[in-house]
Write a protein that binds this ligand. Structure first.
Ligand SMILES: Nc1ncnc2c1ncn2[C@@H]1O[C@H](COP(=O)(O)OP(=O)(O)OP(=O)(O)O)[C@@H](O)[C@H]1O
Length: 467
């Protein structure tokens, strides 16, 4: 069904062109305004389904000024702007648009952007969300866990995990592109697999590509394939990953690492659903579903100019965020027991139990490597422990823990093991300096004398220089 679109654009010709594109595609145009005041007037008399919003308009006010009004009225909007400089983008980003198109754009781009925005808006409304990436608190009260076999491999029942599984089971049967976000080792690949296996494409291939693992000069031939003799070294024809996924799903992991040039080509594949092999002339039609994942903040990557904004909106039709393990500690005991029984089968090892104190250390640890790290630590301890009971874990000091997390973590963590670990991290980062600027006490946000007494209490060796 066509959408009722309102155009806010000060250039007459551009507004007129947009109107023709929209009406030819079956949408209607409820009005055209050249300035923010004119837009406000027209919006009061006729409510559109969606607004196409230019940033620089007639008068003092910009599209960015109109955005909060639209958000309050729950009207989705897409920015259309000739200006893609980082500052403009930063300002526009804070208003949480439903899309962003950079002029000049093709007819098809605008129609696809409208489709995506309308879909996201319908979805957000149906779930009581204002924008798709707002924290979906309401969804946290998840109906019930999907018990399909595909989800049985994913252990845990914290509200945050259940919310992600709920989203996955809702989006799985559709052909919508899904973006899975979360730190390394949180289980993004597991979710991607579950989505594929719950979809109508389950009998077709699921092809995974780790964009970070392929050297930039090889990634295109890996994805698109090449004809024999396409470049020196191309002795044989090669079928690329997109073609291998024909009829099924392609899972592009670490999409944030994809080189810009390849991003441009990927955008075309996603939009047109077709490709040519490198060195080939035949256009190959594709029928694939896209699932992407990243542990980067893609919005930041866009504003830093490392990720194409149009690709960002194209892959981010439906996003699922997996919370880090430290934010769903309820899942830790179940995961621990799962990995214990998995690894207890190692030769010469019997089933082990974990003492409550040892479990407590695990629950309080920061888990920078998330579930993957948890599994590794359990496996290691099963090997190292010859008795039936694991009574302690030797958890690593994570020197990469971000400084602003240190202070928070110290407040949260009370067992001496974790406290000691955090203090050691801070001291390592400060090169042993305890007080003063850049010292461990400042990082931990506690007075230096308190830190010194904690260090004494915890037996932290006095080999550091007091600054
Ligand atoms: N909820 C879970 N239940 C059981 N195993 C899990 C769970 N989450 C993750 N794992 C396991 O942890 C490991 C890491 O998971 P996965 O590869 O899916 O993470 P990822 O987020 O894709 O990581 P990366 O960003 O590094 O690719 C895998 O061995 C996976 O089976």
């Amino acid at each position: 069904m066509g959408l009722k679109v309102f155009i806010v654009e000060d250039q007459f010709i551009e507004a007129h062109d947009l109107q023709i594109i929209l009406e030819t595609a079956g949408h209607s145009v409820s009005g055209i305004a050249k300035s923010v005041p004119a837009a406000l007037d027209l919006l009061q008399s006729d409510r559109p389904d969606i607004v196409l919003l230019d940033i620089f308009l007639k008068g003092n006010q910009t599209g960015v000024d109109l955005a909060p009004v639209l958000t309050t009225a729950n009207i989705p909007f897409i920015y259309i702007s000739a200006n893609s400089d980082p500052l403009t983008f930063e300002a526009a980003k804070t208003t949480r648009p439903d899309g962003f198109l950079i002029k000049p754009f093709r007819q098809r781009d605008i129609l696809v952007a409208l489709d995506i925005a309308a879909y996201r808006h319908r979805y957000a409304n149906a779930h009581g969300l204002r924008h798709q990436d707002a924290v979906p608190d309401k969804l946290i009260e998840v109906r019930k866990r999907d018990t399909s076999i595909e989800f049985q491999q994913i252990i845990g029942s914290s509200p945050k995990l259940l919310q992600a599984l709920d989203l996955a089971s809702q989006v799985a049967p559709t052909d919508t592109s899904v973006l899975i976000l979360g730190e390394t080792g949180v289980g993004k690949e597991g979710i991607a697999k579950a989505i594929h296996h719950l979809s109508k494409r389950k009998h077709k291939p699921l092809i995974k590509v780790n964009c970070a693992a392929i050297p930039p000069n090889l990634i295109e031939s890996e994805l698109f394939g090449h004809e024999r003799g396409a470049f020196s070294g191309a002795m044989e024809k090669r079928i690329g990953k997109f073609e291998q996924a024909q009829g099924g799903t392609i899972f592009l992991d670490e999409i944030g690492e994809m080189p810009l040039e390849t991003q441009t080509k990927l955008l075309r594949v996603i939009q047109e659903k077709e490709l040519e092999r490198i060195g080939g002339r035949t256009t190959i039609k594709l029928d694939i579903r896209f699932i992407t994942a990243t542990n980067r903040n893609l919005y930041k990557e866009v504003s830093a100019g490392r990720f194409r904004i149009d690709l960002y909106y194209r892959i981010n039709v439906f996003s699922i965020t997996l919370a880090p393990l430290r934010d769903r500690t309820e899942d830790i005991p179940t995961l621990v027991n799962h990995f214990l029984s998995k690894h207890a089968g190692l030769p010469g090892r019997s089933i082990k139990k974990i003492s409550p104190q040892a479990m407590e250390t695990l629950v309080r640890y920061f888990w920078p490597g998330n579930v993957r790290e948890l599994e590794n630590i359990i496996e290691r301890q099963v090997i190292l422990t010859s008795s039936e009971l694991i009574s302690s874990f030797d958890l690593p000091v994570d020197e990469n823990m971000p400084e602003d997390n240190l202070a928070n973590s110290l407040k949260l963590k009370s067992t001496s093991d974790s406290e000691k670990q955090l203090i050691l991290v801070a001291l390592t980062k400060s090169n042993g300096k305890v007080s003063g600027k850049g010292g461990a006490a400042e990082m931990l946000n506690i007075p230096a004398p308190t830190l010194v007494s904690k260090m004494k209490k915890l037996g932290i060796n006095w080999r550091f220089v007091v600054g």
